[in-house]
Design a protein around this ligand. Structure first.
Ligand code: ZN
Length: 392
């Protein structure tokens, strides 16, 4: 701009011309500075995060996350355990710290070592659900919208009247085709309001390769997911509303490689269903596999230039569960202590900190997702809770 403006000056006197050129250059310099101030990020230094991966593990208790296996459930009657010696070998250790590491090695070796963990009672830290109902749809809506909505009081397949942070971000410049969700539970197209938001949401037992909203026709992802769909249709549908998490994970992984979304939500569900079924062994196995799927997604991202060192991982659950030999299977308004959950954040802008003596809420996740991507969620959603203290 400066060069062109100066070159256009036509003056009869050389002295006048030089003076005019200097004035124009000086003014244009001023204008340039003013313009660049308008687009300058508010943060100094600016955030490094360019992408967010949000993952939830349905109904995984803080008791196992922080304490490893619960010895009182490691048996046939309370825990429905089929092969106790094998289960003990997989996850029971001398100490709680060793057991939790055996159960969730990526969580404890990588995330806890580099990021922030919320909700550990040993650190006098609490993470709580605020919707008062402690079951899934109200919990996911609280996570994704940033507030508890008292009109959401069932898991019925009704479209969410509220906008999620996924939908808000989708409307930001540069994010139009860069938000996607892969979910094991078939209620998510309603929680995220797929029909209104236009966000690709692949959920439940929906096939992946032929999902037109994913726009993967002709890619390697389509070929890989076609094979997966074929296998998936042969599986027994043990949970009619929840597909196996492996399928959800593989869908997310292939989509990541093919379409590189900047905001991806992955919702894993088996932990909750095995717990309701009273199978502590399969619940623990599902927790272990969930941890491994998160590790593999994270490693996949770190191998891609778009994501490497500029991606933040946010991890939580929709509700807790009861804490005795009966109530561990369940959760809800009437199940004591099922409002207590856990959260974790790891990324280039999140300093490693041991969180002590802090209470955070499920409703803070939405604003945290937005804040990591550089947006102030309160301007979009004034009733939302503030972000977690994970950014400098
Ligand atoms: Zn449940």
């Amino acid at each position: 701009m400066t060069t062109t403006a100066c070159a256009c000056v036509d003056s009869s006197s050389k002295g006048q011309r030089i003076r005019f050129v200097l004035i124009v250059c000086f003014l244009s310099l001023f204008v340039d500075t003013a313009e660049s101030q308008l687009v300058e990020p508010k943060r100094n230094p600016p955030l490094q995060t360019q992408n967010v991966l949000l993952v939830t593990i349905d109904g995984l208790r803080w008791q196992e996350v922080f304490g490893g296996v619960d010895a009182t459930l490691m048996e046939k009657e309370a825990g429905g355990v089929k092969d106790l010696p094998a289960l003990k070998e997989r996850f029971q250790r001398e100490t709680a710290l060793e057991s939790r590491e055996a159960l969730m090695p990526f969580f404890w070796n990588s995330i806890a070592g580099q990021g922030m963990i919320f909700g550990d009672p040993e650190q006098e830290s609490k993470a709580v659900v605020t919707n008062g109902l402690n079951f899934s749809y109200p919990g996911y809506s609280e996570i994704l919208c940033g507030f508890a909505d008292p009109t959401i009081d069932s898991n019925a397949k009704k479209n969410n009247a509220n906008m999620t942070v996924l939908e808000r971000i989708k409307h930001k410049p540069g994010f139009e085709n860069s938000v996607a969700a892969f979910c094991s539970w078939d209620v998510f197209p309603f929680i995220i309001n797929r029909s209104r938001s236009g966000i690709p949401v692949n959920a439940g037992w929906e096939p992946l390769a032929t999902d037109l909203s994913l726009n993967i026709a002709g890619t390697d992802a389509e070929a890989a997911l076609r094979t997966l769909d074929e296998v998936s249709t042969e599986f027994p549908r043990y949970f009619p509303e929840v597909r196996y998490d492996y399928v959800t994970f593989r869908g997310a992984e292939e989509y990541l490689r093919a379409k590189r979304p900047r905001l991806m939500y992955v919702s894993l569900g088996e932990t909750d269903d095995w717990a309701h079924a009273g199978r502590y062994d399969l619940y623990l196995d599902a927790a272990f596999r969930s941890d491994d799927y998160i590790r593999r997604l994270w490693l996949q991202m770190q191998s891609m230039p778009q994501y490497r060192d500029c991606t933040t991982l946010i991890l939580t659950t929709d509700h807790g569960r009861g804490d005795d030999r009966i109530d561990w299977k369940s959760h809800g308004e009437k199940i004591e202590n099922s409002e207590y959950i856990w959260m974790a954040v790891m990324g280039p802008d999140t300093p490693h900190t041991i969180i002590t003596g802090t209470t955070v809420t499920q409703s803070q996740i939405a604003a945290t997702v937005a804040a990591c991507l550089g947006f102030d969620y309160s301007t979009d959603e004034p009733q939302a809770a503030p972000p977690l203290p994970v950014l400098p």
